[in-house]
Design a protein around this ligand. Structure first.
Ligand code: MG
Length: 263
């Protein structure tokens, strides 16, 4: 094909227009939704962290809440002035029935949490009375822990449920006595001037299987009710529930997450 000056000019025009369009896509200005331009060279690179030697072990930036040795990161809720009263032995901690929930001394907001648990090998009780405990974010949003291996109960109260709000997508429970894991991403709710600005959401992997896919919480979790949000501090302790069953825990670590935007 013979390329004339006119054709060449037209081609260059198309290329220029295309490039301009690309620039407008790739270098759009920050707005209320996006803090940075696309491909902004000024955008800070994420910090380097060293992952644990195996995927269940804490990365270099994680806060270890329980490494198998002691409960120094925790306090009891029944007698807050005394050390947490749960049993620690053989690298795990175990709920002491009626000792009350335990909660972290440190407060957290949005976070990534890894926690391993095992319901009692000796089966006692059924439904909600079998291997019941729970992970409470901010002391009020519970991811249910329950022995849900061949143990029928109401769906929004089985293992991996956002208690009273949403059943897990699947039942990924191992048999009683076996160690299981939760890997959870929790985004804390945000309040402004006493009103809810953004609800909390939770993503949960149970033994590596997705069971909660960014569930947006309707408010705190509670038995037989669905209470609305009420404003609370940006950071609060993480709690483990005493439901009267000797559930065991090990290898608990947390990575606080920064909010993308200021309020
Ligand atoms: Mg529970």
């Amino acid at each position: 094909m013979k390329i004339t000056v006119t054709t060449l000019a037209a081609l260059l025009g198309v290329v220029w227009a295309g490039r301009a369009a690309l620039d407008s896509i790739h270098f759009d200005n920050p707005d209320s939704n996006y803090a940075w331009k696309v491909h902004d060279p000024q955008r800070p690179s994420p910090p380097v962290v060293v992952p644990g030697k195996e995927n269940h072990l804490p990365s270099s930036d994680a806060i270890v809440l329980f490494d198998g040795t002691d409960l120094s990161a925790w306090k009891g809720t029944k007698n807050p002035d005394q050390p947490a009263q749960w049993k620690v032995e053989n690298g795990y901690l175990e709920v002491t029935p009626d000792a009350g929930a335990i909660q972290t001394k440190e407060s957290f907001g949005s976070c990534q949490l890894h926690i391993e648990w095992a319901s009692p090998a000796l089966i006692k009780g059924d439904s909600q009375d079998r291997g019941n405990s729970g992970v409470y974010f901010m002391d009020r949003y519970e991811v249910q822990i329950l022995d849900s291996y061949e143990n029928p109960t109401y769906a929004d109260g089985q293992a991996g449920a956002i208690y009273s709000q949403n059943p897990p997508l699947v039942n990924a429970c191992r048999p009683p006595g076996q160690w299981q894991s939760y890997d959870i991403i929790f985004h804390a709710p945000q309040f402004k001037d006493g009103k809810l600005l953004r609800p909390a959401d939770i993503t949960v992997f149970h033994n590596g299987v997705l069971v909660q896919d960014g569930w947006i919480l309707t408010g705190p979790t509670a038995w037989k009710q669905r209470p609305p949000y009420s404003p609370h501090p940006d950071k609060l302790p993480l709690s483990l529930q005493d439901h009267g069953n000797p559930v065991r825990f090990r290898n608990i670590w947390i990575r606080p997450l920064n909010e993308t935007y200021e309020k």
